[in-house]
Design a protein around this ligand. Structure first.
Ligand SMILES: C[S@@+](CC[C@H](N)C(=O)[O-])C[C@H]1O[C@@H](n2cnc3c(N)ncnc32)[C@H](O)[C@@H]1O
Length: 415
């Protein structure tokens, strides 16, 4: 039994509902969120974000204004490691040949994305590489100081020198690279926001978009890519798959996880002012701060081998092992490896199922969570025989009167 006292606080009803929707998406409870906030207050000895009236200071008025607090900005400034990029992107050689690649939300000279594509330009047979940075980025201009380094700029590469691009000290030979006639380095007119007309035009021209976009804008980012029907390989948090805007893309086979990264944490470089006392934060031998982040996945819409690899099913269905939900015509399968090989009906499986999902083997029907009643069409709810339960908080599966975790409702494809 918990010894922690229960605290009652008054919260505006609408505010609570909207906040709960966000927590549901992230997969944490309201209580965990409040505790996290209070711990940050204690850790930082003050409010963990600035409270002030936002007034634009520079010519670049960023459109992240509503999200522009210390929490979210810090989350947006994670820099991907070269090895993680190299392992994933090397699996897409067939898709990349002859293509024009755009790395937006990037810092061409600080990020490993630009470095990877520039160094492997010939080997991958690329037609063009464009990388843009955002004026709000805290790394821009640090590694390779540029004139007016805080302004957004764009690097374009259509050819690379015959000599190796990487110099003895590990830096890129940018002088030789940009001395080539087909290459250019230019300031952007605006702030490099991926939603700006200027950046959308670059998106339109590109074939495949590869980046690690800002965490706080992931929904909007992936929405833009699918709207423009672009190929993409982008990094995000696995929980993003459960967002109301993103889950239907998984369900309808427009998006899936990439080839690599299925477990554990990944190291990301963070800006020099990132608090070292933050959980999982450290410093490498070169004095660069990093943070280890769990639950990272590549999201792509380019076909990959892994997605056609069926999950080995070793269990047999026995009614006593697989209870039925009270509010869905489906059985509860609490762990992915327990999916029975011989059950033809609907099954509720954990979100981690997406790590193993092959559309050749299963179809995804819906996400049964606290938002199902509002997010899922009446036709789909009817097809899974959903009936509202007093305890289901909008659609969470109920067994013996108790809510289970969020589940994906799936069905085996019959041959
Ligand atoms: C998670 S970091 C990743 C950086 C780089 N792609 C990498 O992985 O090394 C996200 C980047 O997006 C930038 N950013 C934040 N808001 C943006 C916006 N609205 N438009 C474009 N870029 C943005 C941040 O400054 C940051 O450089």
């Amino acid at each position: 039994m918990t010894t922690k006292p229960t605290t009652t606080i008054r919260i505006d009803e609408d505010l609570k509902r909207r906040a709960c929707e966000v927590f549901d998406d992230i997969g944490i409870s309201m209580s965990a969120a409040v505790n996290t906030f209070l711990k940050a207050v204690v850790r930082e000895g003050t409010m963990p974000f600035e409270i002030k009236i936002e007034r634009p200071k520079s010519v670049f008025k960023t459109r992240n204004a509503t999200l522009n607090n210390a929490f979210l900005l810090k989350k947006d400034e994670f820099y991907t490691q070269y090895d993680d990029i190299s392992k994933e992107i090397s699996m897409y050689r067939g898709h990349l040949k002859g293509k024009s690649i755009l790395c937006n939300c990037d810092d061409p000279f600080e990020s490993a994305f630009f470095r990877f594509f520039a160094v492997n330009f010939e080997q991958l047979g690329l037609a063009k590489l464009v990388s843009t940075c955002y004026a709000g980025s805290s790394l821009t201009g640090k590694e390779y100081p540029l004139e007016n380094a805080t302004a957004a700029y764009k690097a374009e590469v259509t050819e690379v020198p015959d000599e190796p691009l990487v110099k003895a000290d590990g830096s890129l030979d940018l002088e030789s690279l940009f001395a080539m006639p087909g290459n250019s380095l230019m300031h952007l007119h605006g702030d490099g926001d991926f939603r700006s007309d200027e950046c959308r035009a670059l998106l339109q021209e590109a074939d495949i978009i590869v980046t690690n976009p800002p965490f706080s804008l992931f929904r909007e980012y992936i929405g833009l890519l699918t709207h423009h029907q672009k190929g993409f390989i982008i990094l995000g948090n696995m929980n993003a798959a459960t967002y109301r805007e993103v889950f239907p893309l998984f369900r309808d086979n427009y998006v899936w996880y990439g080839e690599t990264i299925r477990s554990g944490d990944r190291k990301f470089y963070v800006p020099d002012d990132y608090p070292l006392n933050a959980a999982n934060c450290g410093m490498d031998d070169q004095g660069r701060r990093f943070i280890r982040v769990k639950g990272v996945r590549w999201f792509t819409n380019l076909d990959i081998r892994r997605r056609h690899k069926p999950l080995a099913l070793t269990r047999h269905y026995r009614a006593e092992d697989y209870p039925k939900y009270e509010n869905y015509d489906a059985i509860e399968v609490g762990q992915v490896h327990n999916i029975p090989a011989d059950y033809d009906g609907i099954m509720g499986v954990p979100i981690t199922f997406l790590d193993k999902y092959s559309p050749d083997q299963f179809e995804i029907l819906m996400l049964a969570n606290g938002n199902s009643r509002t997010n899922v069409s009446p036709e789909i709810l009817k097809s899974v025989a959903y009936r509202a339960h007093s305890e289901d908080r909008g659609g969470v599966g109920i067994i013996s009167g108790r809510r289970v975790y969020a589940r994906i409702l799936i069905r085996r494809k019959l041959r």
